[in-house]
Design a protein around this ligand. Sequence first.
Ligand SMILES: [Zn+2]
Length: 148
Amino acid sequence: MDKPRCPIDGAPMHRDERPVTLSYRGLEETVILPGWYCSECGESVHNGEEMKISDRALRNLKAKDSGVFLPETIRAIRTHLKLSQVRASELIGGGPRSFQKYESGEIAPSQAICRMLYLLAKHPEMIQELQALHSFSDISDEELFAAG
Ligand SMILES: [Zn+2]
């Protein structure tokens, strides 16, 4: 592959890995970002795979800012519960393919989903209660508070 030239000044670019600091609403995260870097001005060019590194860091900053679980934590809880992404979406909610989206960082989970996951992580046996659940509308109070 030919070495690209800098889009700013036309100088040759070189493969390198450099620390890049991303910031979001006062939070910062530094990642080591591979790419083509200009020897003159420091301009850089990145392919799709390389951009994913900075995209992931930015999503993590957004998750930290809104106080929700990070994608890798959601994956860890789901696998701890021995659920597929599809089954987790069915049992815990958030819409079809919600867990695939949370774990890829495509969308952030709601506070309600995070609180549910927090409780399930602490009490994984409670997933059985959700497995047995069909509809909230036909549960009687007696059934709801039985053996509570
Ligand atoms: Zn340059």
